[in-house]
Design a protein around this ligand. Structure first.
Ligand code: ZN
Length: 230
């Protein structure tokens, strides 16, 4: 890996926020995740597996299950995700042009979607509106049995609509979204085999080399997660 040839001042970067700036919220999240990681049996796999099973148990087409799971895994090509991958530099939502477009914003919290959600009392709920991830949103919807089948179909329809708007294609009017989503529920549920739950990643640990030997360290990456991006 080539080294930078210019002289630059060192800067402090907080790696757990996309913009590199520390916030109390991101610090709290980091500590919470660290604590969960240290507890035996509470890895991401163990934590998410019940939700995975519930989503795959829904009576909806598999394409909608995939979308719901990608929303939970923050694996959709939202503008913020594209910024993180350094594909674009501006993560601002195209619809409201006021906030960063993460997955919860794009599908649930964008002010431009209020006319839709405000007509849905079962989902226009304070607890749901305070959620910061689709893991929390789906957890609550399943726990309180707020029609998870239709909810998943609605967010699938909103994501399709959002992509069409971005591409300048004809897009469904917002007041037709629920009706369109309801129709998707009547589509035959395909018999595509369910994918297996992602294997647990085992964190690598550094081991000191023996005496009189050197160990080269370099960064690498695999992109299994990026395959999930759509
Ligand atoms: Zn927005």
């Amino acid at each position: 890996m080539p080294l930078c040839r210019s002289i630059r001042d060192d800067v402090l970067i907080w790696p757990f926020n996309p913009d590199g700036v520390y916030t109390v919220k991101s610090g709290y999240r980091f500590l919470h995740e660290e604590q969960c990681r240290k507890q035996p049996g509470s890895s991401e796999v163990e934590v998410l597996k019940p939700l995975w099973n519930k989503i795959w148990g829904l009576h909806i087409p598999n394409k909608i299950k995939h979308l719901a799971w990608k929303a939970c895994k923050i694996a959709l090509r939202t503008k913020l995700n594209l910024v993180r991958r350094k594909i674009i530099t501006d993560g601002c939502c195209d619809m409201c042009k006021t906030q960063q477009e993460d997955v919860v914003h794009a599908l649930f919290l964008c002010p431009n979607l209020r006319p839709l959600w405000s007509t849905m009392p079962k989902w226009n709920h304070g607890t749901l509106m305070a959620c910061t991830s689709f893991i929390d949103i789906f957890d609550y919807i399943f726990a309180s049995n707020r029609d998870p089948d239709l909810f998943a179909a609605v967010i699938w329809t909103l994501w399709t609509r959002r992509n069409n708007l971005r591409l300048g294609k004809p897009a469904l009017p917002l007041n037709k979204v629920t009706e369109f989503a309801r129709e998707r529920l009547t589509e035959a549920v395909t018999s595509t085999p369910l994918p297996s739950y992602p294997a647990q990643h085992i964190a690598a640990t550094w081991i000191a080399p023996g005496t009189h030997s050197y160990k080269l360290k370099f960064n690498g990456a695999t992109f299994a997660e990026m395959i999930l991006l759509e």
